[in-house]
Ligand binder design. Sequence first.
Ligand code: GLA
Length: 408
Amino acid sequence: MDINTLTHEAQSAFKATFENDATITAAAPGRVNLIGEHIDYCDGFVLPFALEQNIVIAAAPNGTSTARLASSMGGDTVEIDLVGDILESTPKWANYPRGVMQYFREQNGCTLPGFDAYITSNVPAGGGLSSSAAFELAVATLLEGLTAITMDTREKALLAQKAEHNYAHVPCGIMDQFASAFGENNHLVLIDCQSGQPTLVPFENPDLTVIVANTCVAHELSDGGYAARRKNTEDGLAIIGKNSWRDVSQDDVESAKDQMDDTTYRRSRHVVGEIQRVMDAVKALESNHFAALGTLMDASHTSLRDDFEVSCEELDIMVEIAQSIGTDGGVIGSRRTGGGFGGSTVTLCESSKADAIIAALHTQYESRTGITPEIFTSRPSQGARILEGTSHGKQVLQSSPEELDPIG
Ligand code: GLA
């Protein structure tokens, strides 16, 4: 379903639910990460892009001091009182907007007008494609429209991350919210997670296609696995005795090996290796060495499977199938993407062979696991934005990404 159909769906469902026309519609995309996994919270570099898949919210002020949220995902309309603190509550999905609304008010020193909103999505939920960051950014962008306040993009992404930390209890890094906020058509978002600076890397070669394969094995990042990995990396860095992973070499990890348990050692080896792989991947892209990029993606998967242990059988099977199709079949590289323990893989391939690759992934994955996967392609797309309805608010100086020269 494309964004226009999704928008139309949100606006018609809004009308059917609230018997009124939506006056403002906001959207924010999910993301897929090409390379650089589990290192955004280690001062690393990551290379995601905003997907064509979005969360779209159609809304209108309702003249009260209550937000009423309905969603195509079902369930009753949720009412949120906008006077006083907005606290966590049930249903759980509404904690994302609750957190964003609370922090939006706090950070901008404003009140929020009552409004009605209808939420639709084509970002697979639980697919490791940042449906939660998309939801947070879509709400924050909608609030910009409703209040006529335009936030600095970085501040808006950080606000969304804070909502994820405190209302969804996932101690995530900045990758997902930055990708959803800063995404641009035909560009990857290279994020320097030490400085917080995003750089747009052109990715417009029509001969290259990115396939996203959702294993349809759901992940739950708030159940402790993610936080445990983060803790492992903090322990590793403390033993190595440096302030930032950016200053750590593989030799430093080896020198500290005797003081670490095996798990901390392998987690540390992944972090240093993955930071290097992202830097090499950017160079490979700049020089059109796509085979080298593919090799780096494959190596990233091995490291995430064996050293960082955030893969699972189904992800490994999906990657194995892609890698066995190989370069002759048009596969350049394949790896698991996102937080892990389920979710999706990302496969870079030759565009002319994408359909055949998708068909093979589908059939072979289904026959090996008994699970029907959800597989699609996406080009790098635009970040969070107002689709319809205008905001005439005060403009703030925007933190803008740098841009590399076009490649490919
Ligand atoms: C989740 C988190 C991100 C990042 C990835 C792993 O998506 O939200 O901050 O850590 O996992 O790379």
